[in-house]
Design a protein around this ligand. Structure first.
Ligand SMILES: Cc1ncc(COP(=O)(O)O)c(C=O)c1O
Length: 408
């Protein structure tokens, strides 16, 4: 049937926005954060207008309503990700989810000399917590390289690196290259070696239906704001046996069973890791986003995005001086197109594109080891989502052609 993109666009008020220079916004920075449909904005406003209260505390009507909404959202979100509410720990996003694994699982279960396998294409969120752990505990980190010819992970190197590893942490889909890693194979090979696996699905979840239980993965990290949800919330999905091996992360209110001046005892399950006042409005907003997204077939969403991305990348290749990093033609590529111009600096190019109304990302994309592997300090990146259109892509290519002709 195809997506009715015009109807989808009408649900996103921001897409009608005009920039200060009068240009219509063309939002191509979706890998950084997606826009939010009206129903998500409304769900969060309704909470503040009608039943704002703390959750899991008082017995009054508003408190009951807030608690029910928080826990209903957990049911909706966990079910969307193919698992049960008990396996979902609310976090501030993928970054906190990965830090939670580093603090609560790795510190409890690893010791000096144990091996953690990462890849060169990880986001800093999946590098720095492990480097800190290595400094504190002496664990060894191995980085699997990418094949610079085709930008894919070097699976022969992965096979060697994983042999005596205790933990493997791999990005589902690169935020720079748009490359989707063979996560099914990675999970299988890691488990065959006796290692636990964490998959960073910050970029994967907006493009693909993630089914946690079927994946047999031990940990999955997700951010809501890249999939129509609000900022400030995400989750860590954790298998039951792995959760039982985890110690407390942040401590304080909500996560305790009892506290005396002598010491404290802790809640079990996800409650142990959700300390302090929960992210109530954000959870409600994410629940609404997931309900909204559930009406679409993610395979259809993905092919819509991928069609625009591969068309745009092919056109861009014909523009003098443009180099593309990644393989947007690959059917499972996410729609992130990283590129550079030979003589126009990436920051300048971003400003020239912004003058045309095009919001694009520039920089190292929190992936400096990948930038080093590519031999560049930064790239420009366009990234598409469900509401982008081929017309927007065409106007982008025209504007880029104009900018390159005029300024190179
Ligand atoms: C692949 C990847 N991992 C992790 C993150 C961190 O997500 P957040 O900043 O929402 O915690 C990002 C954000 O861009 C990302 O693209």
């Amino acid at each position: 049937m195809g997506l009715d993109v015009n109807s989808i666009r009408s649900e996103f008020p921001i897409l009608n926005r005009k920039l200060p220079n009068g240009k219509k916004l063309v939002y191509f920075d979706n890998a950084a954060t997606s826009q939010k449909p009206q129903c998500v904005i409304d769900a969060m406003s309704r909470y503040y207008e009608e039943y704002n209260s703390n959750a899991h505390r008082a017995n009054h009507t508003l408190a009951d309503e807030a608690t029910s909404a928080l826990e209903n959202a957990r049911r909706t979100i966990s079910s969307y990700f193919g698992t049960s509410p008990e396996q979902l720990i609310y976090t501030s996003g993928a970054t906190e989810a990965i830090n939670l694994v580093a603090f609560s699982w790795a510190r409890e279960n690893l010791s000096k000399g144990d091996v953690i396998v990462l890849t060169e294409m990880e986001h800093h969120a999946d590098i720095v917590p492990w480097q800190q752990l290595s400094k504190d505990m002496g664990v060894e980190i191995r980085y699997v390289p990418i094949n610079i010819e085709n930008y894919f992970l070097d699976m022969a190197a992965f096979e060697i690196a994983v042999k005596d590893a205790s933990l493997v942490c791999v990005v589902h889909t690169s935020n720079v290259l748009g490359i989707r890693n063979p996560v099914e194979e990675i999970i299988q090979m890691s488990h065959d070696s006796g290692a636990k696996v964490l998959i960073d699905c910050a970029q994967g979840a907006p493009h693909e239906q993630i089914n946690f239980d079927d994946s047999e993965c031990d940990f999955i990290a997700i951010s809501a704001h890249k999939m129509a949800g609000p900022t400030g919330i995400g989750c860590l999905l954790v298998r039951k046996d792995a959760m039982e091996e985890m110690g407390p992360f942040m401590t304080g209110g909500s996560m305790i069973k009892s506290v005396t001046t002598k010491g404290s005892t802790f809640q079990e399950g996800h409650a142990m890791f959700e300390t302090g006042t929960p992210r109530i409005a954000e959870a409600i907003g994410w629940g609404a986003a997931v309900e909204w997204l559930s009406q679409y077939d993610m395979e259809e969403v993905h092919s819509h995005i991928q069609e625009i991305a591969s068309w745009t990348a092919e056109k861009m290749k014909n523009i003098e001086g443009i180099t593309i990093y990644g393989d947007p033609k690959k059917s499972n590529s996410s729609g992130a197109v990283s590129f550079l111009h030979a003589t126009i600096q990436s920051q300048d190019l971003a400003l020239l594109l912004d003058e045309g109304g095009f919001a694009v990302r520039t920089g190292h994309h929190c992936a400096q080891p990948l930038m080093d592997a590519l031999g560049v300090p930064s790239t420009n990146r366009i990234s598409f989502w469900i509401y982008n259109t081929m017309d927007e892509a065409k106007s982008f290519v025209e504007h880029l052609e104009y900018v390159v002709k005029r300024f190179s």
